[in-house]
Write a protein that binds this ligand. Structure first.
Ligand code: NAD
Length: 474
């Protein structure tokens, strides 16, 4: 175990993650410049990491909750000591600006989630206690947890996976997205200063490594965050070993604005609900349903907010919106906005990316007067384009919100909390927010309905998801 938090500067971080063997350059999505070389790990490397994590697991489990939590608190301190350097690397690799709800916010959330996860009480539950006997429900460690992550919030989502896994006495092998390996390698290097050897590994490989992890006989559970299509592939790969799975998959979150909402008062929160991380957020507002009485007022208010949000290179302190993380994502957004234009929808703002400059910048785009069956509405665009659909009755809005096969988050916007709650109860989504969207909290279980996945993260429910339930009956 390392006891000092010596990795605090950007150069330290790059040194800690420098690739020893085969590597490939990772490019800054805002400038095209090389950030650093990332190692290319293989299935052989995965085998070594799984074996080392397996060997380390019994003594980690034997420490018990209090000691493991103490390690997680130290890990949070290490993240804070390296916060600025981590935020810079995250900004360069992922593209998100330092400021706004972006890179510094993400690193801060890593420390906050580590501490919260270390703090929850998980007592055995007494199920029966009478003259016939007593029964208790305990949660034992599962063994080795595999964690496969996406490129949009690479550090924060890694912590969402590894913190409860470690807390519950498991060791962890992470497989970051091939688009953002440096962020996860650097985060793990920082955390490993505080953790015992071999409880946390990162294998920086491609899909083949992800597939091998999902089918590996020595992996007891997979925590997966990514697209619904990959989630289905992981279900198949994990079937032969009957692996436990938590699947946080794609979304296409609806927001419903009721006729009594105040457009000017909600516009900024609506904007960030949709455009956080330049729209590359699983539980971001992706379809906005607005009552016809206030439709024009909401569109105008949103356009004013959008015009005031600077987009550009993440390391520029002024910017709050960044580029799309990769070319494929840029193309998806370009094609979907084009489909909306072709169908006669109205581009209120944005919709005209500059392709003669470096960087995958796509301007914040509001699309009005669009049909509910347009591809920009029904497909997860995962970028800075918000379709705004007009409705005339709440029943119609609820039906449209529930009309897709995904249901991660949703929101209802109204001056009348009770009216909003009544609508929320009719929406098929794992979380429904009132007058906000996407506000996750380590104390509140988070997970998807329908094809947005299954299993819960965060809170005590999240801890239980990383344990093997065992009933003791005596
Ligand atoms: P993705 O599914 O393309 O990739 C995610 C990870 O899976 C990567 O590490 C990738 O290498 C790996 N992978 C790919 N094929 C695999 C296979 N066959 N077996 C095992 N692993 C494999 O997702 P992405 O493009 O990186 O992320 C964007 C998606 O993630 C969006 O759909 C978004 O909604 C979703 N997401 C969901 C949540 C949530 O909490 N529900 C959070 C963030 C992102």
């Amino acid at each position: 175990m390392h006891t000092t938090e010596s990795l605090t500067s950007y150069q330290d971080l790059l040194g800690a993650i420098a690739a020893a063997g085969e590597s490939r350059d990772i490019l800054d999505p805002a400038t095209g410049e090389v950030v650093a070389a990332a190692p290319i790990h293989t299935v052989d490397d995965l085998e070594k990491s799984v074996a080392a994590a397996r060997a380390a697991q019994p003594s980690w489990a034997a420490l018990g909750h209090a000691e493991r939590s103490a390690f997680l608190f130290k890990a949070a301190d290490a993240v804070e000591a390296a916060a600025e350097a981590l935020a810079e690397l995250l900004s360069r690799e992922q593209g998100k600006p330092l400021n706004g709800p972006n890179a510094r916010f993400e690193v801060g959330a890593c420390a906050a989630w580590l501490r919260a996860t270390a703090s929850f009480e998980l007592e055995p539950e007494v199920l029966v206690d009478d003259e016939g006997g007593r029964a208790e429900l305990h949660y034992r460690p599962l063994g080795v947890v595999g964690a496969i992550g996406p490129w949009n919030w690479p550090m924060m989502i890694s912590v969402w996976q590894l913190a409860p896994a470690l807390r519950m006495g498991n060791t962890v092998v992470m497989k970051p997205s091939e688009y953002t390996p440096l962020s996860v390698l650097a985060l793990a290097a920082v955390l490993n200063q505080a953790l015992p050897a071999d409880v946390l590994h990162v294998v920086s490989g491609g899909r083949d490594v992800g597939e091998a992890l999902a089918g590996h006989p020595d992996i007891d559970k997979v925590m997966f965050t990514g697209s619904t299509a990959t989630g289905k592939a992981i279900i198949r790969s994990s079937a032969d070993t009957v692996k436990r799975l938590t699947l946080e998959l794609g979304g296409n979150d609806a927001g419903i604005v009721l006729p009594d909402a105040d457009p000017a008062a909600i516009a900024e929160d609506l904007f960030w609900g949709a455009f956080i991380n330049t729209g590359q957020t699983c539980a971001a507002l992706k379809r906005l349903y607005v009552h016809e009485d206030i439709y024009d007022a909401v569109v105008d208010a949103l356009a004013k907010v959008a015009a005031a949000m600077p987009m550009g290179v993440g390391l520029d302190e002024n910017n709050v919106l960044g580029p799309l993380q990769n070319k494929a994502q840029f193309q998806i957004v370009t094609d979907l906005v084009q489909a909306a234009k072709d169908a006669g929808a109205r581009i209120v703002t944005g919709g005209n990316p500059q392709t003669d400059q470096p960087g995958y910048f796509y301007p914040a785009t509001l699309v009005a007067d669009i049909d509910n069956d347009n591809p920009l509405v029904v497909q997860e665009q995962f970028g800075p384009a918000l379709p705004i659909i007009k409705y005339s009755s709440v029943d119609e809005a609820v039906e449209m919100a529930n009309g897709l096969d995904v249901g991660l988050g949703a929101s209802v916007w109204s001056a009348d909390k009770d009216a909003a709650l009544a609508v929320a109860a009719r929406i098929e989504a794992g979380t429904v927010w009132i007058n906000k969207h996407g506000a996750v909290d380590p104390r509140m279980p988070f997970g998807g309905a329908k094809q947005s996945g299954y299993g819960l993260e965060f809170g005590v429910e999240g801890l239980k998801g990383l344990g093997a339930p065992q009933v003791l009956s005596y």
